[in-house]
Ligand binder design. Structure first.
Ligand SMILES: [Ca+2]
Ligand SMILES: [Ca+2]
Ligand SMILES: [Ca+2]
Length: 418
């Protein structure tokens, strides 16, 4: 490798910012063929030879191209500064060895890069996307047989804007941790979609910075699966989808069952679910269905429930919908329940019993004793009243005393529909 030209090329911000990396990374070997080609062909590289295990390979060509592998390869470090590169591994294993900065995409401000991994195994200790603010990076692992194995940390969006897509049966694994939008100002999206598509780890999965300094979303759809030792949703971040997250989850932000906005579906958390005081569960409901959060472990509730009525649906008073179920127990309650799309006197209340959370729609029918607003005074009104016993629930507090008690029960019984 020529040392002469490298004297001019490597004095970048990155080298300053990552002094620790320079000890192990050699002079960079740049990919020079904007049309793509074979990894092993020396003509495609700035040194006239493909990089080897002591080298840093750098991809800084603009445009979209593929790099084809005919066998296993190893590097010290791989950097993408620009372009959209597809690694066609063709069954090969590609290893990046540097333990600190193994695969680095869009390290400096203004850089934009995309990487797609197909048809083989990419192994790296650390993967870091969009290191600087105003940098963008997108990583896709596509297709059965495509695997990204991260033996330490996976960071999707440190200070910039980043996405990771795991699709069509591909898999991504991490060991120490995976972070989406790890630092203040970062923005990250993760998509895990399709049968046998997996994002799995033996450490925590952090969805956005915990206190809301960054914004992240994790969307798990079409039988995709994520797993981690635990998952934390930051205050400005979201978990959504119609598939499964296998981890105990702490929600400081938003959980929204369904694949996309206005998709009514079931999201499963295989583990415990704790909704913090800043957390919110969003459920959409129309005439024919509703979102459901299913939890296999214990549920601890606080924070908000937001019920969104879709398609101009106005549920009749007394309508009940199951919005959360658990195989474990439920403790706590939502601090606040809001209804969007409502008109008139329609309101929603929450009833929790036997591991089931139901949304109960109530309307003011003007009839004394008719708590639910369905025009009749019957056992459902009694059950509703009892579920708010001792509270100041306005619908159940028939005499406006500020307390739901025996006097209200007497009013319900006294106005019983015969
Ligand atoms: Ca939904
Ligand atoms: Ca009623
Ligand atoms: Ca009362």
């Amino acid at each position: 490798m020529s040392k002469a030209w490298a004297q001019h090329g490597v004095g970048t911000l990155l080298a300053v910012g990552f002094a620790c990396a320079s000890a192990s990374a050699g002079d960079p070997v740049n990919w020079t063929n904007p049309l793509g080609g074979d990894f092993s062909d020396g003509m495609n590289w700035s040194t006239g030879a493909p990089p080897t295990s002591g080298d840093q390979a750098r991809f800084n060509q603009f445009g979209t191209y593929s790099v084809n592998f005919a066998g296993a390869a190893a590097l010290d470090q791989m950097r993408l500064d620009a372009g959209a590169v597809t690694l066609e591994l063709n069954g090969a294993t590609f290893v990046v060895l540097n333990p600190v900065l193994s695969l680095l995409m869009s390290a400096t401000t203004g850089q934009m890069s995309d990487l797609t991994i197909r048809g083989g195994v990419f192994m790296a200790p650390d993967v870091l996307l969009a290191f600087s603010s105003l940098s963008e990076a997108g990583l896709t692992v596509d297709g059965a047989g495509a695997m990204l194995s991260v033996s330490d940390e996976l960071i999707v969006g440190r200070s910039g804007e980043a996405s990771i897509t795991v699709t069509n049966g591909a898999s991504v694994s991490f060991v120490t941790s995976a972070s989406l939008a790890s630092m203040a100002g970062a923005n990250a999206e993760a998509f895990v979609s399709g049968m046998d598509s997996t994002l799995t780890g033996s450490g925590p999965l952090l969805i956005g910075e915990e206190f809301g300094g960054s914004t992240a979303s994790l969307l798990i759809t079409d039988s995709g699966i994520c797993s981690a030792t635990n998952a934390v949703i930051g205050r400005a971040s979201t978990l959504a989808g119609d598939s499964m997250l296998m981890a105990p989850v702490v929600n400081n932000g938003t959980v929204s069952p369904g694949a996309i906005a206005e998709d009514l579906d079931t999201l499963t958390i295989d583990g415990a679910y704790e909704q913090a005081s800043t957390g919110e569960l969003v459920v959409e409901i129309n005439e024919s269905g509703e979102d459901l959060l299913h939890v296999t472990g214990d549920v601890t509730l606080a924070g908000d429930l937001r019920v969104e009525l879709l398609d101009s649906y106005l549920p009749p008073g007394g309508t009940k919908r199951v919005i959360l179920t658990t195989d474990g127990s439920i403790s706590g309650d939502f601090d606040d329940v809001t209804l969007n799309g409502a008109v008139g006197t329609l309101d929603v209340m929450v009833q929790i019993s036997n591991g089931v959370v139901e949304a109960l729609f109530v309307a003011d029918s003007g009839q004394l004793g008719d708590i639910t607003g369905d025009g009749v005074v019957n056992a459902l009104d009694i059950a509703t009243l009892l579920s708010f016993w001792g509270t100041d629930n306005e619908a159940a507090d028939q005499n406006d005393s500020g307390n739901v008690d025996a006097a209200d029960l007497a009013i319900v019984i006294g106005n019983w529909t015969l």
